[in-house]
Design a binder for this molecule. Structure first.
Ligand SMILES: [Zn+2]
Length: 340
């Protein structure tokens, strides 16, 4: 108990001290801590609290005892059927939000590890494997990568099922069977996902895009990747209407900054639209502007603020690898020329 200890310490210090002035100061301090009956204040408060608790407990006892007196049917009292589940209260909403956020955080955390698949894919491509269409090994890796993304999606679906529950309660609905609703919501989400075609599942996934682009870049450092649909055969349910959307997938890979038109330096990526810029260029673009401005990337209709741009170390790595391969290719062609 810090107060008691320190006042005791002060007391002993006072006894040892020869200086009257010091003693007076300490006395003033000591008076603060000690109530009229000489007990340290905090200890006293605690005792009072304890006493209150006890009083409350006694009241509770009365409540329990009271109906007992009139109740002549003892069996009824412990019949579980008399205690139906209570609906989740609005006070529980923040707990639901917390669980949902935990799922999201887990999905994000684990989802970031897809870079491992990408790194392995690059190593395989550099050792001669061409792409996921022609290389058996890359095909296997591709399958693992997709399964991994499925797991991430499943975790997100857990979060969504809880969010749906959250919404029901927030809108005033009485929810007495959250478990059943949660499982039902999750089941529906899983079935909807299982019903999607391979293209629908992965083509728009940035991580899958990165994975395929990385393989492509090893062999074609100067060419943008063709649409991802080149690597995923059409299935029933892939109608051609989707294609415009899907083809946005791979083709935009480009390591030049849309502002400086030179290769990206310290790339930052807009959270709003996914376009990337050299840091210096985008900072200049936003000079004296705090409001959102239209994205400078050609054809992009989104607007964002400078604060929406985050450093993109993954992209920086890709730019580096890209430049390294450009140099290697140049060396190769130089060598060929010499041989010729
Ligand atoms: Zn943009």
């Amino acid at each position: 108990m810090p107060v008691a200890t320190s006042s005791r310490q002060r007391a002993s210090r006072r006894q040892n001290s020869e200086e009257i002035e010091d003693a007076r100061n300490t006395q003033v301090k000591k008076d603060d801590d000690v109530s009229d009956d000489g007990q340290p204040v905090r200890t006293k408060v605690k005792k009072e609290k304890k006493g209150k608790k006890k009083a409350v407990a006694e009241e509770d006892d009365d409540d329990v005892v009271a109906p007992d007196v009139e109740d002549d049917d003892d069996d009824d009292r412990i019949n579980v059927a008399n205690f139906p589940d209570q609906p989740l209260a609005k006070a529980d909403l923040h707990k639901l939000k917390g669980i949902s956020q935990d799922w999201e955080a887990m999905a994000t955390q684990i989802g970031q590890q897809t870079s491992i698949y990408k790194d392995v894919a690059i190593a395989m491509a550099e050792s001669g494997e061409m792409d996921t269409n022609s290389s058996k090994d890359l095909q296997m890796l591709d399958r693992d990568m997709r399964e991994f993304l499925d797991v991430c999606t499943e975790m997100t679906l857990h979060a969504k099922a809880i969010d749906a529950l959250h919404q029901r309660i927030a809108s005033g609905e009485e929810v007495t069977d959250p478990q059943a609703l949660y499982e039902e919501g999750l089941q529906q989400g899983m079935e909807a996902y299982a019903g999607k075609t391979t293209r629908q599942k992965y083509v728009k996934d940035k991580r899958y895009n990165d994975f395929q682009t990385s393989i492509w870049d090893v062999h074609h450092p100067n060419e943008p990747m063709p649409p991802l649909t080149n690597f995923i055969p059409q299935e029933d349910g892939d109608d051609s209407d989707d294609d415009d959307d899907l083809e946005m997938g791979g083709a935009t890979q480009n390591y030049n900054c849309p502002l400086s038109l030179t290769v990206l330096v310290n790339p930052v990526t807009s959270r709003i639209c996914g376009h990337s810029f050299s840091k210096d260029s985008i900072v200049e673009y936003f000079r004296h502007q705090n409001r959102p401005i239209k994205c400078p990337a050609a054809g992009c209709t989104k607007s964002f603020r400078l604060a929406d741009c985050e450093p993109d170390p993954e992209l920086a790595k890709k730019v580096k690898a890209h430049q390294r391969r450009l140099v290697l290719n140049r060396d190769d062609s130089d060598a060929e020329e010499i041989v010729d």
